[in-house]
Design a protein around this ligand. Structure first.
Ligand code: SAM
Ligand code: SF4
Length: 329
């Protein structure tokens, strides 16, 4: 098992399939994009499947989520999903995606064994989408969401990041839209993980503010906290339920004490935290001929060193050198 020195057990593996993306969300990367990883540095589909198998079969991983960058840009995704779904014990299997291309891929991915999708949607307004993501693709995202629900990839979960002066007024309309379509909405506080290092605490829309804004349009009651487990979202019943909304207060309401996640970057590095400043190189070891046992040992050691918390509030906090798109959100 992947246990750290505080007794937390990592069972939820986030795998970044690529650092590339077809959007440029301003809380994530600059409009001109980034210096993408060179292709030889990326794990191949075989390498990804081997490492995921080590995690599932030897290290107690029960949940695998493919992310990025934009995971739908990776042509082999249906194959990677099918190979992951064939592992035993079979892990729960999901992707986090911006939804572009999902209209075409939802059905093949469901057929390959994908259980669920998380789709990012920050606005329902086309002009705001262009302002925020620097691409005119809102219609593609909405079509992708519809296709995911149609393909049975339920519950379709939506991730929303609110930015001050950009889309913060859309909290209630977004929730209404999600309730109408049967999507589960979760707001995520903006974190200092953008490539431009432009995050400022004063600019962040906090969980308290999101809840206050939603409270003007809906009545919210906290769901049973025991049901939360290690999930980062605090869940609220909307207008008495059963509809629900989640708020992930990563910065102002950290949940590090219950964290069960571990990350594998697109270039084969294990990160024990989004905010880790160190990584453990499985790609190099694998390409140098390491056995599955040796890979499992390196991975176990990497998790053992996980820090107690992300430390965003510590005076000495350092934003990780790699942005969210490269780590895998
Ligand atoms: N491209 C896919 C997408 O957007 O869903 C997957 C990768 S993206 C890095 C994963 C999630 O991280 C998205 O929901 C996105 O909104 C969120 N995200 C990116 N940068 C963030 C930041 N600085 N703070 C909080 N969430 C962020
Ligand atoms: Fe791309 Fe996702 Fe980052 Fe937006 S949040 S730029 S969709 S990786």
């Amino acid at each position: 098992m992947l246990v750290d020195s505080f007794g937390r057990v990592a069972t939820d593996l986030r795998v970044s399939l690529t650092d590339r993306c077809n959007l440029r969300c301003s809380y994530c990367m600059p409009p001109e994009g980034l210096d993408w990883l060179p292709k030889p540095d990326l794990l191949t589909a075989d390498e990804i499947c081997r490492l995921v198998a080590v995690g599932v079969e030897r290290l107690g991983i029960t949940e695998v989520r493919y992310t990025g960058g934009e995971p739908l840009l990776r042509r082999e995704l249906p194959e990677i999903v099918a190979r992951t779904a064939a592992l035993r014990p079979r892990p729960r299997l999901s992707i986090t995606s911006n939804g572009i291309g999902l209209a075409r891929l939802a059905a093949p991915l469901a057929a390959a064994g994908l259980d669920r999708v998380n789709v990012s949607l920050d606005t329902l307004d086309r002009d705001t989408f262009v302002r925020l993501a620097h691409r005119d693709r809102l219609a593609d995202v909405l079509a992708g969401l519809a296709a995911a629900a149609e393909a049975g990839l339920r519950p379709v979960k939506i991730n929303t990041v609110l930015m001050r002066g950009v889309n913060e007024h859309e909290a209630a309309p977004l929730l209404r839209h999600c309730l109408e379509h049967g999507y589960e909405l979760r707001f995520i506080e903006q974190m200092p993980l953008d490539a431009q290092h432009g995050w400022r605490r004063e600019g962040m829309v906090t969980a308290d503010e999101i809840l206050a804004e939603l409270g003007r349009a809906f009545s919210l009651t906290p769901d049973d906290p025991a049901a939360r487990g290690s999930a980062p979202a605090e869940i609220f019943l909307v207008d008495g339920g059963p509809a629900r909304v989640g708020v992930i207060g990563s910065v102002t309401r950290p949940f590090c004490g219950a964290c069960d996640r571990v990350r594998l970057t697109a270039d084969g590095q294990i990160r024990n935290c989004l905010f880790a400043t160190e990584e453990s190189d499985l790609r190099g070891a694998m390409r140098a001929g390491a056995s599955d046992d040796e890979l499992a040992e390196r991975w176990t050691a990497a998790v053992r060193g996980k820090r107690a918390g992300h430390g965003i509030d510590d005076p000495g906090f350092l934003q990780p050198a790699r942005p969210m798109s490269a780590i895998g959100g």
